[in-house]
Ligand binder design. Structure first.
Ligand SMILES: Nc1ncnc2c1ncn2[C@@H]1O[C@H](COP(=O)(O)OP(=O)(O)OP(=O)(O)O)[C@@H](O)[C@H]1O
Ligand SMILES: [Mg+2]
Length: 506
């Protein structure tokens, strides 16, 4: 049945699909059915097998067992290109188009209308414009793709994908770097694709989004399918319980951190005055005390990451001064920041952090080792201890600490980088979107760890787009908009609606 309750033939059907990697059964006899016009959401913890399922359907990997049927006929996708020819398109979080070419050229890449042997640019531009307009996007298609936001680029990639094949569209975590407004825009594109009878498979860790857009939900755990539901018959608690295989509260029971005593020490660890960089962020003052958690709230592009980069010395301030424990310091490079006891876990962990060839253990101890100095070698026993501890605390799914990080699932790679900074033992830790791409169980663990570190006296600065999370752990919240600090909220003033109001205030 589809959403309107009528009997419909499945568009895509997967039966008994399996995939085995040398040390991992990534997928074990999974069944999955997609109907035309349905949004079928795949959920599950990091490493559950979601991306693997997609990669088998799109020919990135080859299955070890099972069948894939498209409109009732068996298919054997050999490559993403072959899958696309069959009618199955994928849009990954990292948009796979060419940033230096125009929007129109990107849409018609590899299939340009020719005229007298020449590419007919006028026709391309016209068709591209029309196509995008059909999805409510009225933009200048002659501009370079890179001049548009990631959100717009994703929609362009989707439009290109469905224009090419138009039966099945697969989106693997497309919303993880979008703000609320952009998610809305993407969802309205998805709704119009539904109307055209396209079947959509969506992977996301944002449960609110699941309940907003899904018709049907399949839950994977440890490579197995553990449930399939129509949205209407499911509650959030049921869904989380099924994903984790246990109740979330039970999962955290023994780990309750006692309520943090208020009044972090009054000693400032870091103080910056009139810090700014032209074109990047307007002058701001900021104090972060030992044992204090300061949240940075604001929309995408509001200047949160820019503040982190200035303070950590990735970019240099051209105004203002900084003090660490009362002494004036020069934060002109990350190396200096690290010497003063700073640590930064970056937002784009794929680009800035992962060393895929190194093992989970080696990736985890990297920052600590660098801080201690390479001549002061951490014993293998200590390394094993730290790695094991973090694998357990963050539920990193890996057969052991020696597995190369590149073989972990996306979310588990993120956990490894986060672990690197959590064990690096800095006095002041900056975390940029620490829970992005992380499943609901580990999400709660990470928040507990953040609180515990503050309790141990660390100064913490945390950037997050998830307001509930910021409200939960912050002693103070710095509100930003348009590359400018608007103000701060403190103690009882901090809740989701005060933050939203502050962001929107005139
Ligand atoms: N190329 C590979 N080599 C070895 N193991 C792999 C490879 N790709 C994935 N795996 C393993 O397969 C399992 C499933 O990974 P998959 O990427 O499908 O998870 P996922 O559900 O997409 O998780 P996430 O939410 O973290 O993206 C994981 O245990 C992962 O380590
Ligand atoms: Mg994945």
């Amino acid at each position: 049945m589809n959403t309107s309750g009528q009997e419909t033939k499945p568009l895509l059907e997967v039966k008994g699909l399996s995939k085995v990697f040398p040390s991992t059964v990534a997928l074990s006899e999974v069944d999955f059915t997609l109907y035309p016009g349905d949004v079928h959401v795949l959920v599950g913890e990091n490493g559950a097998g979601k991306s693997t399922l997609i990669k088998l359907i799109t020919g990135v990997h080859h299955k070890d067992g099972g069948v894939i049927l498209l409109e009732g006929k068996p298919i054997e996708p050999r490559s993403p290109r072959h899958a696309q020819e069959l009618g199955i398109s994928t849009v990954y979080q990292e948009v796979n188009l060419i940033p230096t070419m125009s929007v129109a050229e990107n849409i018609f890449l590899g299939r340009q209308p020719m005229r007298f042997g020449m590419i007919n640019m006028r026709a391309i531009n016209q068709q591209a414009k029309q196509l995008l307009r059909g999805f409510g996007l009225d933009i200048d298609v002659t501009r370079n793709l890179s001049s548009y936001s990631v959100a717009i680029q994703q929609i362009i990639a989707i439009v290109r994908g469905v224009d090419l094949s138009a039966k099945v569209l697969i989106l693997d975590e497309p919303t993880s770097s979008l703000d609320r407004h952009e998610v809305e825009r993407l969802f309205s594109v998805i709704r119009s694709l539904k109307q055209r009878g396209i079947g959509i498979i969506l992977i996301t860790h944002f449960l609110d989004q699941v309940f907003e857009i899904a018709d049907r939900i399949t839950v994977l755990r440890n490579g197995h399918k553990v449930g399939e539901h129509r949205l209407a018959e499911l509650t959030k608690v049921q869904l989380i319980t099924e994903m984790l295989g246990k109740e979330l509260t039970a999962a955290l029971d023994n780990k309750q951190v006692t309520a943090r005593e208020d009044g972090a020490s009054t000693k400032p660890f870091l103080e910056v005055r009139g810090f700014a960089r032209h074109g990047m962020i307007e002058p701001f003052n900021l104090v972060i005390r030992q044992g204090e958690i300061v949240g940075l709230a604001g929309l995408l592009g509001s200047g949160r990451t820019e503040i982190a980069h200035l303070i950590f010395g990735i970019d240099q301030n051209d105004q203002g001064e900084a003090f660490v424990k009362g002494e004036q310091v020069n934060l002109s490079s990350p190396r200096k920041a690290i010497q003063y006891g700073f640590g930064l876990c970056p937002e784009d962990r794929k680009v800035e952090g992962i060393i895929g060839e190194l093992s989970v253990r080696e990736n985890i101890i990297l920052a600590l080792q660098a801080r201690m100095g390479w001549f002061n070698y951490l014993s293998r026993q200590k390394q094993d201890e730290l790695a094991t501890q973090m694998i357990e605390a963050l539920h990193i799914v890996t057969p052991d600490a020696e597995k190369p990080v590149k073989e972990l699932s996306g979310g588990n790679q993120q956990k490894v980088i986060l672990a690197r900074w959590l064990v690096s033992n800095p006095e002041f830790l900056i975390l940029d979107e620490p829970t992005r791409g992380i499943d609901v169980g580990a999400h709660a663990e990470i928040i507990q760890i953040i609180k515990r570190l503050a309790q141990e006296g660390k100064a913490m600065m945390i950037i997050s787009s998830e307001l509930a999370e910021i409200v939960d752990y912050s002693d103070r919240v710095v509100v930003l908009r348009d590359r400018k600090k608007l103000g701060e909220l403190e103690g009882n003033e901090i809740n989701e609606s005060t933050i939203m109001q502050a962001i929107a205030a005139n």
